[in-house]
Write a protein that binds this ligand. Structure first.
Ligand code: MN
Length: 206
């Protein structure tokens, strides 16, 4: 029998301590981001699921348009943050250049790691208002394709596997970098967990 999974979302714990990303992301910034912002998406997604459960039980009408719009935003927020935490590594252990299959694929697709970094940085810096820069894999072409996500769920390529994300909501960097998103993105490259991104790519290629 397959293991039964929980029917509601749970805030994952971080794979490192709250001060592990300093000096690139401060303990205060990371703590609030994880405990307040990520938690809020988990709570909201679960409340919407509970409302759906209740309406079904009572066979009551529910505004599907508003409900699903909010559900998509909050589940998107939860899943993207979960990936964001895991694609970062403690200062001194992350950053540098990727190896493995990822390095070959980046070279093949972008021509060089520098070009890849530039495109993903521009994707992050150019995201309108709040959102994410992501690296995705298209299984039909096996190409690595950048994705610029507005909010948590707009501009998403359906079915593409998301391998790596940079959070560019102001709540991700404002305590440390104020309105200087460019500096945050530049510093972010020091704490990327390339081994984890490579692992996700190899899993997605299977
Ligand atoms: Mn965030």
């Amino acid at each position: 029998m397959p293991e039964e999974r929980p029917r509601f979302y749970v805030l994952p714990s971080l794979p490192y301590s709250y001060n592990a990303l300093e000096p690139y992301i401060s303990e205060q910034q990371l703590t609030i981001h994880h405990q307040k912002h990520h938690q809020a998406y988990v709570t909201a997604a679960n409340q919407i699921l509970e409302r759906l459960d209740k309406a079904r039980k009572e066979n009551a009408d529910i505004d599907m348009r508003a409900t699903l719009k909010a559900l998509s935003f909050n589940i998107g927020g939860h899943l993207l943050h979960s990936l964001y935490w895991s694609n970062m590594a403690p200062a001194g252990k992350g950053g540098g250049k990727p190896g493995g299959v990822l390095a070959d694929r980046i070279e093949k697709e972008f021509g060089s790691f520098e070009r890849f970094k530039k495109e993903l940085s521009d994707t992050a810096i150019g995201t309108e208002a709040s959102g994410w820069a992501a690296l995705t894999l298209c299984r039909q072409t096996d190409r690595l394709i950048p994705m610029q996500i507005e909010k948590h769920n707009t501009n998403v390529y359906p079915m593409f596997r998301i391998l790596f994300v940079i959070d560019v909501f102001e709540h991700a960097y404002y305590i440390d970098y104020k309105n200087n998103r460019g500096e945050y993105v530049e510093k972010f490259w020091n704490i990327v967990n390339w081994d984890e991104v490579d692992k996700r790519l190899q899993q997605a290629l299977k």
